[in-house]
Design a protein around this ligand. Structure first.
Ligand code: CUA
Length: 358
C-alpha cells in the first residue's frame, strides 16, 4: 500500500512538472529557440523540429505496438501455453537497421547544420568583444582592433548586420546565449571563442519586438541566474545615432543641480575605484564594475535583475547585497560590510546624476 501511494505521488509530481513546463514555456516574453529571428536560430529550430519529430513518431509506433501486444496476447483463464520462440532473426535485423538509419540521418543533418551556422555569409559589419564578468556582461565595440566604446548588459546592432563576437573571460566559465538569434557558446578564461549572429526579422512599428533577451547558460557562481542582457536591433540610422551618442563623453550636470551634487558623491564615496565614467574618471582598463558613461540610456541594472528606474537604482546603490547577494557591488547604507554610509539624500543625488547620463 505504502509503495503504491509513493508511486502515485511521484507520478503526480512528474505530471505537475510536465504541465508547469508546458505552461511556462508558452510565456509570451520567453525567449524560445522556436521563435527564431535570424538564420542561425532558424537552422537550429529546423534541427529541433526534426529531432523531436522523429522521436515522436518512434515513440508513438513503439508505444502503440507495446500496448497492442499487452492487450492482444495477455493471459486469459484457460488459455493454452504461449508459443515458445528462440528469437526472430528478421525482426532483430529490422530493429537494428531502422534505428541505425534514423540516427545516421540525424547525424547527417546535425553536421550539415553545424557547417551552415559555423561561418557567416559575409564579413563582419560589427565586431564586439564580449567579456563575461561575475555577474554581468561587458560589450566592448571594436574598430580597427581598438576599443570604440564600452557598454554593459545591452548589445545594439542594426538589422541584417553580421555581428562578430569575441568571447572573453578572466574569471570563470560562462556561456553566451541569445536563444532567438544564436545558440550557446562557452566563454572560457584563457581560450577566446568566437561566434556571430544576424537578426533578419524586424518590426518597424513596435521597437519592443526587436529586443531579444540573452542569458548566461553555464553555472558561474551564486548569481548565475542573474546574468541576463538584452540585444536591441535597430535600423541602420538609429544604430548610427546610438553609436554617436555612446562615443560622447559623459554629460556635465548643470551647476547647482541635484545631479551636480550626485557627481560630487560619485567622486568622494569611492565609486571611482570600480566604475569609469568617460570625461570624469581617468580611462582605466580592467575595472571591476560597468563603465557608467551612458548609464541613463540603458534599460537594465545589475545584470538584468532590475529595470533601470530611479527607485530601482536607489535600492541598488543603497543595498546591493540585499538585491543581489554576493555581488561585487557593496552596500552604501552603513550596515556591516558596507563600503560607505551615505545618507538617503546623497544616494538620491547619485541616482539623479547617473540617470542624467544619457
Ligand atoms: Cu555567467 Cu552563468
Amino acid at each position: 500500500m505504502r509503495f503504491r501511494s509513493k508511486v502515485r505521488r511521484i507520478a503526480g509530481l512528474a505530471l505537475l512538472g510536465l504541465v508547469a513546463s508546458a505552461v511556462l514555456s508558452a510565456c509570451d516574453k520567453s525567449p524560445s529557440i522556436l521563435q527564431p529571428a535570424g538564420p542561425i536560430a532558424q537552422n537550429e529550430a529546423y534541427m529541433a523540429y526534426m529531432v523531436f519529430g522523429v522521436a515522436a513518431v518512434v515513440f508513438v509506433l513503439v508505444t502503440a505496438a507495446l500496448i497492442y501486444c499487452i492487450i492482444r496476447f495477455r493471459d486469459r483463464p484457460g488459455a493454452a501455453e504461449a508459443r515458445q520462440l528462440q528469437g526472430n532473426q528478421r525482426l532483430e535485423i529490422i530493429w537494428t537497421v531502422v534505428p541505425t538509419l534514423l540516427l545516421f540521418g540525424i547525424l547527417f543533418f546535425t553536421i550539415r547544420t553545424m557547417f551552415l551556422v559555423a561561418t557567416p555569409p559575409s564579413p563582419a559589419n560589427i565586431t564586439v568583444n564580449v567579456i563575461g564578468h561575475q555577474w554581468w556582461w561587458e560589450f566592448d565595440y571594436q574598430q580597427n582592433g581598438k576599443t570604440q566604446f564600452v557598454t554593459a548588459d545591452e548589445l545594439h546592432a542594426p538589422v541584417n548586420a553580421i555581428v562578430h563576437l569575441n568571447l572573453i573571460s578572466d574569471n570563470v566559465i560562462h556561456s553566451f546565449w541569445i536563444p532567438q538569434l544564436t545558440g550557446k557558446t562557452d566563454v572560457i578564461p584563457g581560450h577566446n571563442n568566437t561566434m556571430w549572429f544576424q537578426a533578419t526579422s524586424f518590426d518597424p512599428n513596435n521597437p519592443d519586438n526587436n529586443v531579444y533577451r540573452g542569458a548566461c547558460a553555464e553555472f558561474c557562481g551564486t548569481q548565475h541566474a542573474h546574468m541576463d542582457f538584452i540585444v536591441v536591433i535597430q535600423t541602420q540610422s538609429d544604430y548610427n545615432s546610438w553609436v554617436t551618442q555612446q562615443m560622447q563623453p559623459a554629460a556635465t550636470p548643470a551647476a547647482g543641480s541635484q545631479a551636480a551634487a550626485g557627481l560630487k558623491v560619485f567622486q568622494t564615496a569611492g565609486c571611482e575605484g570600480c566604475h569609469a565614467i568617460n570625461g570624469v574618471t581617468p580611462p582605466v582598463k580592467g575595472l571591476i564594475g560597468p563603465n557608467l558613461t551612458h548609464f541613463g540610456s540603458r534599460q537594465l541594472i545589475a545584470g538584468g535583475v532590475l529595470s533601470n528606474t530611479a527607485d530601482n537604482l536607489f535600492q541598488w546603490v543603497y543595498q546591493a547585497q540585499t538585491v543581489k547577494p554576493g555581488v561585487d557591488m557593496p552596500d552604501f547604507n552603513g550596515s556591516a560590510g558596507s563600503a560607505g554610509n551615505l545618507s538617503q539624500d546623497q544616494v538620491n543625488a547619485l541616482v539623479a546624476y547617473l540617470e542624467s547620463l544619457q
